[in-house]
Design a protein around this ligand. Structure first.
Ligand code: 13P
Ligand code: SF4
Length: 328
């Protein structure tokens, strides 16, 4: 989703006064012009960040934007591996992010040395890595995928190779169901998406019988089985916009609701409840705030830096993904 360059923030978060929100947003837009910067934000970012961003989207859309931006500075509002991907694609550009500690449970689950050890057990492995992994893991991979193109990437993988899919076993399982192609799956998961259970989705479905359930493929199979649509965050927007339904149950991170409400006015989005607490917020994505965005654009820091060789090898795998993704 593209924002008009001077869009005013629409969402208010408790704890930030409207005048401060307005001032910070105006200054961020001025800093953007001064540095010839582009602000890329993931769909899970807080509303006020989404509202100052030039582009808001899923991992695939963000990587595509990063690959083609003419800006000198890329300000990446998402988690660390996403900003790293932007740097992999733009070694000569400055890539900054509001909080360098914004990690991801999937990335943590797959250290590069353990992946290399597994790869050594089968020289015929063709490694497909979900983009939610470190640059070092990308550098060990043959091709990257996102939830938006995983099926296509697997369908284009060489037929004579044994597929190894890392690090999300749920996304990998979903792609296996769709393609019929067996794969060895790394045992990682998203700590947010595995919170939804068959029991809670069954319950909320009963309360809203006319509302389709829209789930992210990082959800478990037990939840995916109950969903009317399983797709990436970007495809959720298209699905809900095009559907004749007026109410939707959304099983993904809470930031998505802002984007959906903004792009599908008049429709109602019900966050799928979790068994415990408000577990549908990713603590990593929510480390980014408007204040930290302002600070990082003022100081042009923290910056993403990568060892040249890691970046070079990772770039091959990311570019292969972009090439396959662009095929008809
Ligand atoms: P999308 O690429 O579908 O936006 O997913 C990214 C992600 O981190 C999901 O948890
Ligand atoms: Fe990682 Fe899950 Fe957060 Fe997405 S929602 S960034 S997969 S921890």
């Amino acid at each position: 989703m593209f924002n008009a360059p001077e869009t005013q923030p629409a969402g208010l978060r408790p704890g930030i006064a409207p005048e401060r929100l307005d001032l910070l947003s105006q200054e961020i837009l001025a800093l953007k012009r001064r540095h010839n910067a582009v602000i890329l934000a993931h769909n899970y970012q807080v509303a006020e960040i989404q509202d100052v961003a030039d582009y808001v989207g899923d991992s695939l859309g963000l990587a595509q934007q990063a690959a083609r931006t003419p800006a000198d500075v890329i300000v990446f509002c998402g988690v660390h591996f996403m900003a790293e991907t932007a740097k992999i694609l733009n070694p000569g550009k400055l890539v900054i992010l509001p909080d360098a500690d914004a990690g991801c449970s999937l990335e943590e689950s797959c250290p590069a040395d353990r992946l290399a050890a597994l790869q050594a057990t089968n020289p015929n492995f063709y490694t497909i890595a979900y983009i939610n992994c470190s640059a070092a893991v990308k550098a060990l991979s043959d091709c990257i995928c996102t939830s938006g193109n995983a099926r296509k990437i697997v369908e284009h993988a060489p037929a004579d190779r044994d597929l190894l899919f890392v690090p999300d076993e749920n996304l990998g399982g979903w792609v296996m169901e769709q393609t019929g192609r067996p794969m060895t799956l790394w045992k990682g998961n998203c700590y947010v998406h595995v919170e939804w259970t068959h029991a809670v989705i069954t319950r909320i479905r009963r309360e809203h019988p006319d509302a389709p359930v829209v789930a992210h493929p990082e959800c478990t199979k037990a939840v995916r089985m109950l969903a009317d649509e399983v797709c990436s965050t970007e495809k959720m927007v298209t699905y809900c916009r095009n559907s004749p339904a007026t109410h939707f149950i959304i099983a993904t991170e809470a930031g998505m609701l802002h984007r959906l409400r903004r792009e599908c006015p008049g429709k109602t989005f019900i966050p799928a409840p979790t068994e415990r607490c408000a577990c549908n917020e990713c603590r990593f994505m929510k480390m980014n705030t408007l204040e930290k965005l302002h600070e990082c654009m003022t100081r042009l820091s923290p910056r993403v830096e990568l060892p040249e060789e890691v970046a070079r090898r990772a770039r091959r795998a990311v570019e292969r993904m972009l090439e396959i993704s662009a095929l008809p």
